[in-house]
Design a protein around this ligand. Sequence first.
Ligand code: ADP
Ligand code: MG
Length: 761
Amino acid sequence: MLKLKKISKSYKTGSFFQKALNEVSVSFREKEFVAILGSSGSGKTTLLNIVGGLDVYDYGDLVFNNKSTKKFKSKDWDAYRNNSIGFVFQNYNLISHISVLDNVQLGMTLSGKSKSEREEKALYLLDKVGIKEHSHKKPNQLSGGQMQRVAIARALANDPDIILADEPTGALDSKTGDKILDLISEVAKDKLVIMVTHDSAMANKYAKRIIRLKDGEVLDDSDPYNDKEDSSLYKLKKTSMNFLTALNLSFKNIITKKGRTALTAFASSIGIIGIALVLSLSNGFDKQIEQFEIDTLSSFPIMISEQQMEINENTFRQDREGEYPDTDFAISTNVNEEMMIHENDITEEYFEYVSSIDPSLLNGITYNWGTTLNILRKTEDEVKVFTQRDLFFTTLPKQVDESDASFLEKGYDLLGGELPKTPYELVIQLDTKNRIDENLLKVLGLEGEEVSFDELIGKTFKIAANDDFYIEGEPVFARNPDLNAVYDSEDAIKLTVVGIVRGKEDNLLSELVGGQPWPGRILFSSELQEELLDLNFNSKIVQNQLDQDRSVLTNEVLDQDDKVNALRMLGFSETPRMINIFPRDFESKDEIISILDEYNEGVSDEEKIVYNDLAETITSLSSSIMNAITLVLVAFSAISLVVSSIMIGIITYISVIERTKEIGVLRALGARKKDITRVFNAETFIIGVNSGILGLTIARLLIFPINDYIESATELENVAQMSVEHIIILMLVSIILTLIGGFIPSKMASRKDPVEALRTE
Ligand code: ADP
Ligand code: MG
């Protein structure tokens, strides 16, 4: 059944060749108890390892069941060891961190037997070798004789054809040794048992056949056998270890060094903690920013003007970058291109499109028509003409939904007087510090450090009718020099200041109604604005101007743009110069934006109407800064991940050294190189999972005090927040990095020579 044909093997140490076996030829019967006898160094162990497929011969052939092993690949040897060979070693070679039962089962897990089958067989064998009651003990809780019984049970587990025993009683006292040899003799009744010994008395007593070795050569064979070869159908069943078995082995190993594993997991979790905290914080800040946006920024208007500058983060940076030029000449540029100013052609069609936006989406819309009003104020002795700019006239948003509280009521506190009841009643808006610009006071005929509300309330203006303000002449119109008559005309509209208001606290919209916060302005209703447009449209001078392409005031020839401006000077325009849309809330804003975008669909870039969403600009600016900070911090934490991967590599390397014997045993039982890699990958996997869980747990706990601190410093609640995605990603990062760290040591482990691995103590 087993035949060695001129097998030679030598070992090379440095430049010295040691011939361990020299052309050994011997055949074995299917069932016999053979003792290999020889002095130390005669090549007994080498012979046994070659028969067992742990070591590979240099020359000759090993024929098993009539099949040559010359062409065996390493996985064939693995299968051969697993299926056909059972090893019994002098020093038992049990794996110390798993139970007796698990030790016996190990070879069967490699050949893929089911759990119930494995356990049944293992218990049967443990019973047969007489130590069933110790099956749940760890090997080091047993005596030498008991351990050798376990080893015999393990050797028998896969029903091998050959049992190889290398001085199985060498470490036992003679009485115990006799019992073990009785057991082995029993086994030899239906198997080939080859036992190595240097004790000739023992060999004579138990073995049926004795082969003597000397200096690597067969000296004498007491019962040689002549085998006839015939062809065979012998087939090996391939081995493999599944990941669960590897996990179980490594888990039980790790259990024996809890302290070290915990420290390793903690050290490598530090990077995870760092990244988890950074991500939680930036995640939380992003959410805060979003909330801020919903709360406050949504009240920022969407602005559409005839000249729209595209504001983004570059707007504020560009001009300051690079060298300032050192020229003694001015450089011509095109401001529209340079400043990215887009000319919006706000047509009547567009005006109507915007006007028809669903009022339920809006807090209001303001239209700035760019028209000049003929504002008159009468002091004791004279009447003066002012413009909107002099009076900081600001048009209030058009109230789009009648059922709504008016814009004034919603956004402002009344400090004195009352709110207007008609379009001809005005209020003065003070800034957040109750201030009013002295220039405005001067226009109102007031001065001094403090001005009482009573002095402001009751101030009156008149808006002169165009037909009174301009006198028709030949060839052009002229201003009426008699302002007193204009002022006193029945057609002049009288406006009275009736109240003093201030924007409600935290209501940005009221501050921003005129585009920016400003100390003191006069708020003017959009109804009045519309009425004036109507009145002016019907005036003689406007009608006259509409009919001709020469200025009605200077007789100059006007192009299209000049004519629009000339009409605006006369208080009339068909289209607004600027539109500010105030969304009701964050969701409405998105909807409004999509309505505005829809208008631009399929329109050339030049004809598009570009709007400016200031809130969006601010938000994207702050979140891009946030992203940059996050990236830097994550990069720093990542360094500690690299360090921990290296550390995992070192720890795994140490583990490989510690588990060298186990590697030898596993290989002897038929584990492939791949399976050994798997065992150590399982170990790093466990550490990776632990450090991931530990890191994320610690980070989660640290979030409590961090949030308390942030809340006490900034009044922001629950800023740091861990998201599920981050937890999953960091868990994977932890596992992958430890696997990478342990990769090289695991590969090293798989390459270990099983013979040498078994030799280590
Ligand atoms: P035995 O088991 O009979 O004592 P071995 O088979 O262990 O003898 O060794 C046979 C010879 O081969 C010895 O001279 C030994 O020193 C040598 N030898 C065995 N294994 C190695 C090895 N891995 N490297 C170098 N020499 C070895
Ligand atoms: Mg030996």
